[in-house]
Design a protein around this ligand. Structure first.
Ligand code: GCU
Length: 681
């Protein structure tokens, strides 16, 4: 029974005779220069991947000869003749990049994988294996690639009791009770999966942090995890609770300007680095949703972040300071708050501080306009925070391909330095010439047999990693790679399933939050619909605060006649958003409060348009089901059945969303459902 445990690293046997002959040929004699733990990991992976795809044991030689069919070595270990063919490539790929090239030597083709550093070899090996998993031909292969973003990171929201905040795939992978002695096999497989897509950093613990993780008892466990991940090029970070000096340090204050507090953090950093010399640094959620922070002492984000940055600086550690802040005191529009609180501090953070900003200004909705902070802090490295776990997207029950969402945000134009100033260019540092860059994804991984709950949620982990490596990749390419590596190369499978993945994101927007509606989820868990919820103590926790439906119409006016949040966007985008006629309709009700009979671009009234979108979402899930039904011949019965059952639930719940939202909004619109929309049963 296929469990999904192998993820996209199943390395299925190559059946195509032509390809098999070609790959066999390349694997006849492999020179592999192996003299470090990272290279050891790379060699093991190649042995495993080739062995499984070719269905035979694969060996290596550690002496170079012209009889080699494959040569894997760093720049320093390359034969002169080979070196000539790859020298120019090696010069432009930095520390983590790689070259995979078919090089002619004495009338013979040799497949070369080279890099400047060990980690580049590891990434190159994974890339070659994926290339083969996609059944691509090796003849005249020439791949030269390097990551465009420096910190490519997973954020686990894992608690020390192994529950996971908004985790829908079982419990936390980190078995604190058995650590440090017991190294679960899963730690290694987790690291392999990450390295295969270029993820090089993980924060182990929940942003709603527990200070205990910084005590000696836990630090030795963290050290064991760091050691397990190191051969895969992965650095460990921890979340640091701002009040830790009080909770575990016995101090009376956590004031960042207090000398004792500063000393406590300096000592803590020293203690951590003594155990974990390549420790990444701290991820901090401060003064947000009740978490302690510098504002508790009348200080600001800069005071807080720089205090920790000073402690980590001697060890080259980073502070990743989150910008997800909002409070009830400034509740006219939560969407404006992070920008107002952070942009004035641009340029004041220390050099080893990154500010981590969610992709949108509210909270990981199925669709949000990009966060106006992107591009607005030219003197501060801004790190992207995406959510891979599907808090507002149907948990691990609904099939939603998130790279489509990530791509939409990365491609969005901020116009901050004229047309073409995309979010991707802010994140990769090219817009403001930054070296320190990062992208984080809140992990969707847990102890479930298949790691992510929904088998297709693996694609979101995969896709996040690929985009953190190269934010210009298309979601279509990512879908294609993942399907081939995970399931099948049969074009009759790949084509329809790719299409299904690519429409799944729009489907969920349609049946949950069409036309710019947002945050109308039931409270706390954020699973099903709850647009009627209005009695929560803080105004900005209530869905009614976001949709503002009344007898006149629906939507949140964020133009100058309303909260004026559009002011935070640059021209000409701002004016475009301010006018409902030019505002992209997918954001219409995000920025405008419009009458029920407002005319949409397709001629429908707003009410009819909303209803038809909800119906379209349901229809799209129907189509996904039909597609999947036809895929039965291409995969195992168990694999097919599992996704089929999930799609059944998704369809039922898409209808639930449609019916619940339309019945509720209808109490205001007082209009009939248009033709084509199924009546609620
Ligand atoms: C959301 C989520 C919280 C999380 C918070 C954050 O509000 O529901 O569980 O802690 O985001 O990102 O800090």
């Amino acid at each position: 029974v296929p469990s999904g445990y192998d993820l996209w690293l199943g390395y299925g046997k190559i059946e195509n005779v032509e390809l098999l002959r070609q790959y066999e040929q390349a694997a006849t004699s492999i020179y592999f220069q192996n003299n470090s733990e990272i290279l050891e990991a790379a060699q093991k992976e190649l042995k495993r991947g080739l062995g499984s795809m070719l269905d035979r044991a694969v060996d290596f030689t550690d002496s170079f000869s012209t009889a080699n069919s494959m040569v894997i070595a760093k720049k320093a270990g390359l034969d002169k003749a080979i070196m000539k063919s790859v020298a120019a490539d090696l010069d432009r790929i930095g520390k983590e990049g790689f070259v995979i090239k078919s090089v002619q030597l004495k009338d013979k083709d040799i497949l070369v994988i080279s890099a400047n550093e060990d980690i580049g070899i590891l990434y190159g090996v994974f890339r070659l294996l994926r290339f083969m998993q996609g059944h691509k031909t090796l003849s005249s292969i020439s791949l030269v690639d390097a990551p465009k973003i420096a910190i490519r990171m997973l954020n686990h929201w894992d608690n020390l009791d192994r529950t996971v905040e908004h985790g829908y795939a079982g419990f936390s992978l980190w078995n604190w009770q058995k650590l440090p002695e017991y190294i679960d096999r899963r730690y290694i497989d987790y690291a392999r999966a990450n390295a295969s897509i270029g993820i090089n950093a993980v924060s182990l613990t929940n942003v709603n942090a527990n200070a205990l993780i910084l005590t000696p008892m836990y630090l030795e466990k963290v050290r064991a995890l760091a050691e397990a991940f190191r051969p895969y090029g992965i650095k460990v970070y921890l979340t640091a609770r701002f009040s830790a000096p009080i909770e575990i340090g016995g101090l009376r204050s956590a004031d960042p300007l207090n000398a004792e507090v500063q000393q406590w953090w300096n000592d803590k950093a020293e203690e951590i680095y003594a155990q974990i010399p390549d420790f990444g640094g701290f991820l901090v959620k401060a003064n947000s949703e009740g978490q302690p922070g510098p504002q508790n002492y009348g200080r600001n984000h800069v005071d807080g972040a720089n205090m920790m940055a000073r402690a980590l600086q001697p060890f080259d550690g980073k502070v990743i300071w989150r910008a997800f802040v909002y409070s009830e005191h400034d509740a006219d529009d939560r969407a404006k708050q992070a920008y107002s609180e952070f942009v004035p501090y641009d340029g004041q953070f220390m050099e080893n501080v990154l500010v981590q900003t969610k992709n949108g200004a509210i909270d990981f909705q199925p669709r949000e306009p990009f966060h106006p902070m992107f591009g607005a802090m030219p003197n501060t490295p801004l790190m992207m925070e995406f959510q891979i776990t599907q808090e507002y997207l149907g948990f691990s029950t609904h099939l939603v391909f998130l790279p489509k969402l990530f791509e939409e945000v990365l491609d969005a134009d901020t116009y901050l330095k004229g047309k073409g100033s995309t979010v991707a260019k802010v994140i990769d540092g090219s817009l403001h010439d930054k070296k320190m860059t990062g992208m984080a994804g809140v992990a969707n991984i847990g102890t479930d047999l298949n790691w992510t709950g929904h088998p297709f949620a693996q694609a979101n982990w995969y896709g996040f990693g690929r985009l953190a490596w190269d934010p210009y990749l298309s979601s279509e390419t990512i879908a294609d790679e993942w399907i081939r590596a995970t399931f099948s190369n049969d074009p009759k499978f790949v084509g329809p399933v790719r299409k299904m993945l690519l429409t799944s994101r729009e489907a969920v927007v349609n049946y949950m939050n069409p036309l710019g509606l947002h945050h109308i989820f039931d409270t706390g868990h954020h699973y099903g619909p709850g647009p009627w919820v209005s009695e929560l103590s803080r105004p900005e926790w209530n869905p009614t605060y976001y949709h503002k439906a009344d007898e006149y119409g629906i939507g949140f006016d964020r133009t100058p006649t309303g909260s004026n949040a559009t002011e935070q966007y640059a021209e000409p985008l701002r004016s475009m958003l301010n006018d409902p006629k030019t505002c992209p309709e997918e954001y219409l009700l995000w920025f405008h409060h419009l009458p029920w009979d407002y005319t949409l671009r397709n001629g429908h009234t707003l009410w009819d348009g909303i209803a038809l979108k909800y119906q379209e979402g349901v229809d799209q899930v129907q189509d996904m089901r039909t597609t999947w039904k036809n895929m039965e011949p291409y995969i195992s019965k168990a694999q097919h059945e599992e996704v089929w059952m999930l799609l059944e639930i998704q369809l039922k719940e898409a209808r639930w969303w449609r019916d619940a939202c339309l019945l509720y909004f209808q109490t205001y619109s007082k209009k009939e459902l248009p033709e084509g929309v199924e009546k609620p049963t």
